[in-house]
Design a protein around this ligand. Structure first.
Ligand SMILES: Cc1ncc(COP(=O)(O)O)c(C=O)c1O
Length: 434
């Protein structure tokens, strides 16, 4: 654990330990007081560059003034109504999403978090595909902490230990990782073949209601699904369509512009049946959602699913403003262009060969899309050292992966380019030294 020693801080941390659940894993023993743009400020007067975005949430930086203003204005008008009546910003946000969601996806259910979005999408897929009790998910995935999300997750065994019995009918297959596979070029086909084998040997495809996948593995190690030589997501789409299985893309971490597109699945030219989102949507206010085509969403009759707080007016106000600002300021173009430059820079400094979804072999194994970039290091100890060294330099970064040996960049999508590259250069130096 990383600590910053002052008496006041010590008191606060002692009370934190006394009164808050021990389940919470804290990366930094900093007590955050205020956030502004790319920085957070602590109670003991420190200023940190936040390259974590509160785990991929503050897309426009901390407390973006326009988002704050929109939420404040909404708070003065109406803070809560649930589904007792309709409310305007709920409608506006759903309509805005229909314009940015891939293909014909145009209908949305709002909830409060990523895990709720995932749980809802699984319930929904069972309603559409009645009598199919099974789900396929991918090794290393993370889909949240509810019992449903936990059942579908396998990024760390600690997340599952002692929580049995989990959701039945969950079948885990390998996630294609062409960055660590012995034969990167064959990795996508290896996994696709394993799914076909599963269907032939033990899991009849007509017993499967849904397949859920992160187009870019998040907590499991910032690994994009292969695009070359095989477009893995396209092949998965074909398998799902062939067997009437609903394809769910969990874009809780990769969505809302994080990879330089509204949704990461757009990189693959694929339209899933369902998309889940949360994190970046509300720029820090809690909101989640799952979206599908209206014709299949209509399989859920009124009352078959619900949420007291889901699509809360204040969170919707923040989300509407987030999307408006991102569109107006051409944030996706910026992330796409700058992310590509950043990948090239990291590749040339740290790798022998490789890059985004090419399946190349790299010394430090750099991969990612847009502003969702992972650097795989030789061990957890090295990753921890880099994170601690960064902390000493007043930069917050996180690790990922079952082995915790991947450091991940999740900067605000509107971070100034100089600030980002200066920080990255410092981190490159620390990696080279380590
Ligand atoms: C891909 C993915 N799905 C679901 C979740 C769960 O989201 P939440 O923590 O908002 O419940 C996360 C959180 O990290 C995630 O990365």
């Amino acid at each position: 654990m990383i600590t910053n020693n002052t008496t006041n801080l010590k008191d606060l941390l002692a009370k934190d330990e006394q009164f808050l659940s021990s389940a919470l894993y804290r990366v930094f023993h900093v007590v955050a007081e205020r956030g502004e743009g790319s920085y957070i400020y602590s109670t003991d007067g420190m200023k940190y560059l936040d390259l974590t975005c509160g785990i991929g949430v503050t897309q426009l930086g901390h407390c973006h003034p326009e988002v704050v203003k929109a939420a404040q204005a909404q708070m003065e008008k109406l803070m809560h109504i649930s589904c007792v009546t309709h409310h305007q910003l709920n409608i506006t946000l759903a309509e805005m999403l229909s314009k940015i969601l891939p293909g014909e996806i145009n209908n949305t259910f709002f909830c409060n978090s990523g895990a709720e979005a995932v749980d809802g999408s699984i319930k929904f897929s069972r309603r559409v595909n009645k009598g199919r009790p099974n789900t396929i998910c991918f090794r290393g995935a993370f889909h949240g902490r509810t019992i449903g999300g936990t059942s579908l997750s396998s990024s760390k065994e600690l997340h599952r230990r002692h929580y049995d019995p989990l959701l039945p009918g969950v079948n885990i297959v390998d996630y294609p990782n062409c960055y660590t596979a012995k034969e990167p070029e064959k990795e996508a086909s290896r996994v696709l073949e394993s799914i076909e084998k599963l269907f032939k040997s033990s899991l009849p495809p007509d017993s499967v209601s849904a397949m859920i996948i992160e187009p870019v593995l998040g907590e499991g190690g910032y690994t994009p699904a292969p695009l070359k030589p095989i477009n893995f997501m396209k092949e998965l789409r074909t398998i799902c369509s062939k067997h009437g299985i609903l394809l769910i893309c969990d874009e809780v971490q990769s969505g809302i512009g994080r990879t330089g597109k509204w949704f990461a699945i757009e990189h693959y030219g694929v339209e899933p049946d369902i998309i889940t989102m949360a994190k970046g949507l509300g720029s820090g206010l809690p909101i989640g959602a799952f979206s599908a085509k209206k014709e299949i969403m209509s399989e859920m009759p009124p009352g078959s699913h619900g949420s007291t707080f889901g699509g809360n007016p204040v969170s919707c106000a923040a989300a509407v403003k987030t999307l408006e600002v991102m569109e107006r300021d051409k944030v996706l173009d910026y992330v796409s262009k700058t992310g590509t430059e950043l990948m090239k820079h990291l590749d040339s400094e740290l790798s022998t060969k490789g890059g985004s979804t090419s399946g190349g072999k790299s010394k430090a194994n750099v991969r990612g899309l847009g502003f969702m970039i992972g650097i795989e290091l030789a061990s957890k100890e090295i990753a921890e050292k880099i994170i601690q060294d960064c902390f000493k330099e007043k930069m917050l970064i996180l690790s990922a992966g079952a082995e915790q040996n991947i450091i991940r960049f999740i900067p605000p999508l509107n971070i100034e380019k100089d600030l980002l590259f200066n920080a990255v250069d410092k981190i490159i130096d620390l990696i080279k030294k380590a």
